[in-house]
Design a protein around this ligand. Structure first.
Ligand code: F6R
Length: 603
């Protein structure tokens, strides 16, 4: 995800920017750039790939004396990761960096092109700098021009702008994407999170949505969304970097659960269009002569694969099989060339998945990977790849990677369904309508988190957990159980609800905890009877459902009931928080559970 750093002061600016961007590296990016104005003169550098490339490019450059500087790490959304698309973006005499999405950029771009403005990049960001310069030509006042520019922008943004028209100032605005201002005497810093400025600034102000202003001569002028000047109430800045990377959360896993709403937006950008799904990275020939799909993965990624298989068969009408990679490798599988071989992996380095892919490649199958890490071994080995854009996942227990893998599979299903003419327009519209609601369904409210925190104290003992569900809620049950066992070390199993009576129900007593996923939109009556059977045998039931269930010992009421996937994602967050809260109460290191590694590169 993109990162921003800015600085006004007399120190060497290149290093402040590069060191600051380094601190944001963990969020993931594919290009970077900096721009500095010193003695009235603009200098800029950009490079694709790692920050080291930008460091190499700027080796001979150093800045001295007072100046203004902005830097950015870009994670491609509109347009490919190229130097031209990297920030800062240049107008005639100004530079801009931006995080977020300008939703009406095309409209603004068309207007500017109509009056002869030339665009160099494919980004939405470049519109900001050209619009600013056009406004400045008319108003001859950079601040008023900036104000007018941001009033035109729709969408989410955090942006910094520097201009030769006023070389001692940085103009800033924030709406929907994070940005803060750091202070240390006359020096002023900007950043999209506090890690880049820890150890540099002593005080901080976190901008609120709609705020904008400028920094000049060691002072910041701040205005609220209706243009009224505001007093800046600074706070002391934390000194612990690790704490700051967690953005105030207790664990990375917790932070990553909260991030899911945002990363889902990133995952969907440019792919969910008005009336169809688009994957710029896929060649539509990939699906020519394909009559079936085989998906291979491990652990959590395997659970997203299982979910995807339900969707692919139901909506795209394409036969789909799912295999655990470590099993697949040694079963002497029959591979046919009309099968598309899909691998799913957060890390892109899982040895079993990689080896399964190599087998499929040797057998001459077309391959596609759904992966979170570009240039990883699995991405390199696959003939095509869709990146999940979840950003770096630090918690060993996967959360946002699972969410985005499942979303990619859903989008891919609709893409194939349309390509093969297997979905009606009305059904596709319904699915797209539901997809657009997912980021909202993933927002964690204080109310929900508090409730799960309170409930969790009742689930610290017992002789085990059964997570049960039907249809797509069966893989979600598997995933809920895996999350819980990984970080709490309590025994948990995921089971298809209808299968309990074929054996596991023998375990039922009051010390058996059943987490029942009871969506309203899919087989509600069926799952209800399965849970009743367990309740009759005295099992303790925690029901998760939009519908009150009187036999539940504990109940978490969900909001959505209009589409199974909306219910799926809402319940996913609940199971993640439940695992987290139980494990924290048990005093475990949630981010680094015993015996586990984030990337499993051994067989
Ligand atoms: C569980 C978890 C693991 C991974 C598995 C595969 O929370 O993270 O089960 O899903 O090791 O890893 P990737 O997806 O990197 O191939």
């Amino acid at each position: 995800m993109c990162g921003i750093v800015g600085y006004i002061g007399a120190k060497e600016k290149k290093n402040i920017l590069l060191d600051g961007l380094k601190e944001l590296e963990y969020r993931g990016y594919d290009s970077a750039g900096i721009a500095i104005i010193e003695n009235g003169e603009l200098k800029h550098f950009k490079a694709v790939g790692k920050l080291k490339n930008l460091r190499d490019k700027t080796k001979k450059y150093s800045s001295s004396g007072f100046g203004v500087a902005i830097g950015h790490t870009r994670w491609a959304t509109h347009g490919k990761p190229t130097e031209l698309n990297a920030h800062p973006h240049l107008g005639e005499y100004s530079f801009v960096v931006h995080n977020g999405i300008i939703e009406n950029y095309q409209e603004i771009k068309n207007e500017l092109e109509d009056v002869g403005v030339n665009f160099l990049s494919q980004t939405d960001t470049e519109t900001i700098v050209h619009l600013f310069e056009k406004n400045n030509t008319n108003l001859n006042n950079p601040f008023h021009a900036f104000k007018k520019t941001i009033s035109k922008l729709n969408g989410a943004y955090a942006t910094l702008l520097i201009t030769e028209a006023e070389p001692e100032s940085i103009f800033f605005a924030k709406n929907g994407s994070p940005m803060l201002i750091g202070f240390n005497g006359d020096e002023i810093y900007f950043a999209s999170s506090d890690t880049p400025i820890i150890g540099k600034a002593t005080e901080v102000y976190y901008l609120e949505d709609g705020e904008y202003g400028y920094a000049k001569n060691g002072e910041v002028k701040l205005f609220d969304s209706i243009g009224i000047e505001k007093e800046i109430i600074k706070k002391p800045l934390a000194t612990d970097k690790k704490m700051a990377q967690k953005d105030g959360f207790r664990f990375f896993m917790e932070k990553e659960i909260y991030e899911q709403s945002q990363v889902m937006n990133d995952c969907m950008i440019g792919r969910v269009l008005d009336n169809r799904i688009e994957f710029e990275e896929l060649d539509s020939n990939l699906f020519r002569d394909i009559n079936s799909i085989k998906i291979c993965a491990c652990g959590t990624s395997y659970h997203s694969a299982l979910t995807g298989a339900y969707l692919l068969e139901r909506l795209a009408k394409i036969p789909t099989q799912v295999e655990i990679a470590s099993e697949f490798r040694y079963k002497e599988p029959l591979l046919q060339k009309d099968t598309l071989f899909i691998t799913i992996s957060q890390s892109g380095e899982t040895a079993d998945t990689l080896e399964a892919l190599k087998m499929a490649n040797r057998a001459g199958l077309k391959s596609l990977t759904i992966c979170n890490v570009d240039n990883s071994s699995i991405v390199r080995e696959s003939s095509s790849a869709i990146l999940t854009r979840a950003g770096i996942e630090k918690g060993v227990a996967s959360t946002k990677a699972f969410a985005t893998q499942t979303m990619v599979l859903w989008m891919l299903t609709l893409y194939i369904a349309e390509l093969k003419g297997n979905i009606s327009k009305d059904r596709l519209d319904d699915e797209l309508h539901a997809i657009r609601k997912i980021p909202k369904a993933l927002i964690v409210t204080d109310r929900l988190h508090d409730k799960i925190h309170r409930l969790s104290k009742r689930y610290l003992h017992g002789h085990g957990f059964f997570f049960i569900g039907r249809d797509i809620f069966f893989p979600l049950a598997l995933e809920g159980a895996l999350k819980l066992k990984e970080i709490s070390y309590l025994h948990a199993e995921g089971y298809p609800a209808g299968e309990m009576k074929h054996g596991p129900i023998a375990l039922a007593d009051s010390e058996l905890f059943t987490i029942a996923l009871m969506p309203k939109s899919l087989h509600y009556d069926k799952i209800k009877s399965n849970v009743e059977e367990l309740s009759a045998r005295d099992a303790t039931i925690l029901a998760i459902s939009p519908e009150e269930f009187e036999l539940a010992d504990d109940f978490i009421k969900t909001k959505y009931s209009s589409h199974a996937m909306l219910e799926f994602f809402e319940m996913m967050v609940i199971t993640q928080l439940l695992a987290l809260e139980i494990s924290i109460r048990l005093g475990n290191d949630v981010d680094m559970p015993r015996n586990l590694a984030k990337s499993v590169t051994v067989e």
